[in-house]
Each structure stands twice: as structure tokens, then as C-alpha cells.
Design a protein around this ligand. Structure first.
Ligand code: ZN
Ligand code: ZN
Length: 460
């Protein structure tokens, strides 16, 4: 049953490497594979927290773990850190929102937060499909090119790997900025014109991340990639471009000449050419489309390849990373893309997004016991949902029709499944009545709404 979904890729990789003994199905860490042991909603937090205790989650979130807590003999024992962190991340975002309110800083914008959270869940979802291929490749490399085996339970290994991973991260991140085709994926993380905790979700890389509220961390600024350094990394001011690639440590930037300290110039966040859309799927695809277009417009094979592999700012005849003089100066006051919804529109989105997040968490937890068709169905519905909400925020004319269709589709599928006594598997049974109520009320709202607009159109 559990291997079912992996067959989407037409193979089952075997984990037979030393230290990774395991049954052939176990691509999913223990915390995840335990859909059978998830408590039957003992309390209202259980659907969100799973097996993790509250204090454990908070400590992990602050990197306050000991090597022996984070070293494992078998892959099966490794917790699913990222997905288990989701409720804590959402909690921290709420806390940041309250803090910003109390300190009278402008709070996170809902449209931007939505777009970031959607991007985070999207990159996680893509892993459901890619994970088995990625792991098969890892096992292949491990089996054929493994030079030394480090003892897994020796603290030195833990520290060595910590430094090693951070060093590799620096170069990977640098490549993600300096090679156009890699930038197409990484620009999603930089597309927000905001800088707060939700921005970190625009990508699956969990970094030592705190928001605009923290000004400086004193002497730690020399060693760690602090909020201040990472603010510079997210700036589109000319002085910020291609700087501060570090993950947890900033020493790599200091060593390899990409370090830049924050100055008094107010930082404008986001892309050099802002996106001006809240559609999470377009955010993912836009730069690939741009590369595709430039690739065919550029004459000569050598320059075509340069379009792919040189920096995103490169044009024929320019240096590898483009000419810094071509970067547009920042105009003050900083203008941000901000089409949004009314108060009730925001409440509507919050309610539907809450349902979506719970369904997403349950999908991640239970996917191994669901059929492939079922998982793909839920993922498609998820994609449609975030695209539709993006269209609402963008005030697209077709957004209300998209939403009406989405609500009706939910109700029809729900009706068909429950008439056959089947469970969707990704909705908490305890709340199913409430969720149905939400979708019925929403469908009515959109029907009435579209009738009102129609009669208005007739009058004109
Ligand atoms: Zn970056
Ligand atoms: Zn970042």
C-alpha cells in the first residue's frame, strides 16, 4: 500500500547502503510515515502538531538542539523537520504580526503573506513527487562514490557536517543568483517586496531568519548571517545586488568577497523588475518564460547558452553578471504592488486558506496510505485553490467565477465521495460539517455576487 505512490515514477529505489538499512518503501522519515499513529484528534491542536510536543517544536525552531538529539542511525528515524515546523512557523508569523502591531511598525500584508505561504507549500508539494528520485540518486552516489563513512553518533561528525553543509549552501546559493536558469527557481524567494517571516517561506530553505524588527546582533554580525546581512541580500538597491549569500554563517561571504554591510540607505526589497502579481503559480513560472523568450531572441549558439548560464542581468557584450550601471536606481518613497481585497474579502480568504492548510498538513501526513489518483487529485485542487485566491487578490475579473467553480467542485466531489461512503482523507472528520457549511455559504455568496454584477452590467 505504502509503495503505491512511488510507482508514479515507475520505480522503487532500494535503500541498502550501510547506515541506511531499511525496508524498500521507507522514503518517508518516521515522523511522517506514522499516519497510523497520529492520535485521533485528542485535542484541537493534534491535527496540526502530529507527534511533536510543543516545547520540542519551539526548541527546534530556535536551533536549540543538541548533536545527540539531531543524529540518527537510520533514515527512518529522522523526523520530517520541515513539515513538523509548519504550525510553529505559522505561530511565529502570528506573533510577528502582533509585535509589529504593538510597536506600530507596518504589519505584514495579507496578499503578500498569502503569496509567500503558498510558495512554501508549493515547493514542499513538488517534493512529494521528486523526493523518491532525489533519494535514489543519493543512494546511487553513496553506493558508488562514498570515500569515508563518518561515525553517525560522534559529536565531531555533527559539527563537521554543520560547517560543511553551510559551506555548500553558500556556493549553491551563489550559483542560484549568478546562473540565470537557477535564478529562475530562486527568484521566487526574492519576489516579495516585503521582508518578514513569511518571506522565508517563499522557499524551502530554512535559514537563521528573523525579520525587520531586529536591528543588529552586535559581535555576532561578524560570524553569523544576521537579519541585517540578510536584509541586504534581499535588497534591490544597486549596492545590495549579488551580496551576502551565506546560510547560517556569514564568514563565507567575507572569505570569497561577496560581503556587504547594511548602510543608511533605505532598502527596497524584491526583484529589480518587480513582478506585480499575487498568483503563486505565475510567480514560479514567470522567469522561466522570460528565459525562454530571451533564449530564442538572442542570435548565436554561444550567446544562447550564455543566456542560460550567465547572470540574470547579462546581455551580449556585457560582463558575466551584467553591468551594475544598468541597475535602476531606487525611487523614494518606495512604491509596492498592492492590489488587495476589502475587509470581508480578506476574512473570506483567511477562512478558506485555513481549511487549505489543514488539508495540506493531513495530505503530507497520510499520503502514503492514499492512492496515487487521490493524492494527485488533492494536489490539483490545491493548485487551483491558490491560483484562484491569487486572482482574487489581483482583482482579476474572472476571479469570482473561478471561486464559484472551486466551491461547487468541492461540494460535488464531497457529495459523490460521501454517497459511496468514501473519505477524502485530507479533511478532519470532526470538522467536516463546518467545512461543508463554509463551502455552501461561499458558493451562495458568489452566485448572488455574480447576479448582482450581471444586473449592474445590464443597467449600463
Ligand atoms: Zn537568495
Ligand atoms: Zn532570504
Amino acid at each position: 500500500m505504502k509503495v503505491a505512490f512511488l510507482d508514479v515514477l515507475g520505480h522503487k529505489a532500494k535503500l541498502n547502503s550501510p547506515g541506511m538499512e531499511s525496508t524498500s518503501h521507507s522514503f518517508v522519515p518516521a515522523g511522517l510515515a506514522s499516519e497510523l499513529t497520529i492520535p485521533k484528534y485528542k485535542n484541537w491542536l493534534a491535527p496540526l502538531l502530529g507527534n511533536l510536543s510543543f516545547t520540542q517544536g519551539v526548541r527546534r525552531f530556535l536551533y536549540a538542539v543538541r548533536p545527540e538529539e539531531a543524529s540518527f542511525a537510520k533514515l527512518d528515524d529522522v523526523p520530517d523537520y520541515l513539515n513538523e515546523a509548519v504550525p510553529f512557523f505559522l505561530g511565529a508569523i502570528a506573533l510577528e504580526y502582533i509585535l509589529a502591531f504593538l510597536t506600530r511598525l507596518p504589519p505584514a500584508r495579507l496578499n503578500d503573506a498569502f503569496s509567500s505561504i503558498a510558495a512554501g507549500t508549493l515547493s514542499q508539494l513538488s517534493k512529494i513527487i521528486i523526493l523518491s528520485a532525489e533519494l535514489a540518486l543519493y543512494v546511487f552516489i553513496f553506493d558508488n562514490f562514498n570515500l569515508i563513512t563518518l561515525p553517525w553518533d560522534y559529536p565531531g561528525t555533527w559539527y563537521f557536517c554543520f560547517i560543511g553543509v553551510d559551506f555548500i549552501y553558500y556556493w549553491f546559493h551563489r550559483a542560484a543568483h549568478e546562473i540565470n536558469i537557477m535564478w529562475a527557481a530562486h527568484q521566487v524567494h526574492h519576489s516579495s517586496e516585503e521582508y518578514n517571516l513569511t518571506t522565508a517561506l517563499r522557499q524551502s530553505v530554512v535559514q537563521n531568519y528573523t525579520s525587520a524588527i531586529v536591528r543588529s546582533l552586535g559581535p555576532l554580525e561578524y560570524i553569523l548571517n544576521t537579519p541585517s546581512h540578510h536584509r541586504v541580500h534581499h535588497g534591490r538597491n544597486p549596492y545590495c545586488i549579488d551580496k551576502n549569500y551565506g546560510g547560517t554563517l556569514i564568514i563565507w561571504d567575507r572569505m570569497f568577497g561577496t560581503f556587504q554591510a547594511e548602510t543608511d540607505e533605505e532598502i527596497a526589497y524584491g526583484l529589480v523588475h518587480p513582478l506585480a502579481s499575487w498568483d503563486p503559480i505565475w510567480t514560479q513560472l514567470c522567469h522561466f518564460c522570460h528565459i525562454w523568450k530571451t533564449f530564442w531572441e538572442t542570435p548565436g549558439l554561444k550567446d544562447k547558452l550564455a543566456v542560460l548560464f550567465k547572470g540574470p542581468g547579462w546581455t551580449p557584450g556585457k560582463p558575466r553578471l551584467g553591468d551594475p550601471a544598468d541597475l535602476p536606481e531606487i525611487e523614494y518613497p518606495i512604491q509596492k504592488y498592492d492590489s488587495s481585497l476589502s475587509f470581508w474579502g480578506n476574512i473570506y480568504v483567511l477562512v478558506h486558506f485555513a481549511v487549505t492548510i489543514v488539508a495540506y498538513q493531513l495530505l503530507i501526513a497520510r499520503r502514503m496510505s492514499m492512492s496515487q489518483l487521490h493524492v494527485l487529485g488533492v494536489i490539483s485542487y490545491f493548485l487551483f485553490t491558490i491560483s484562484s485566491v491569487g486572482a482574487l487578490f489581483d482583482n482579476k475579473w474572472y476571479a469570482p467565477y473561478m471561486e464559484l467553480f472551486r466551491c461547487l467542485l468541492f461540494l460535488i466531489v464531497d457529495l459523490v465521495l460521501s454517497s459511496q461512503n468514501l473519505d477524502t482523507g485530507v479533511l478532519p472528520t470532526a470538522y467536516i460539517g463546518v467545512i461543508r457549511g463554509i463551502f455552501i455559504a461561499s458558493a451562495f455568496l458568489w452566485i448572488i455576487g455574480s447576479l448582482v454584477t450581471k444586473s449592474k452590467l445590464k443597467i449600463q
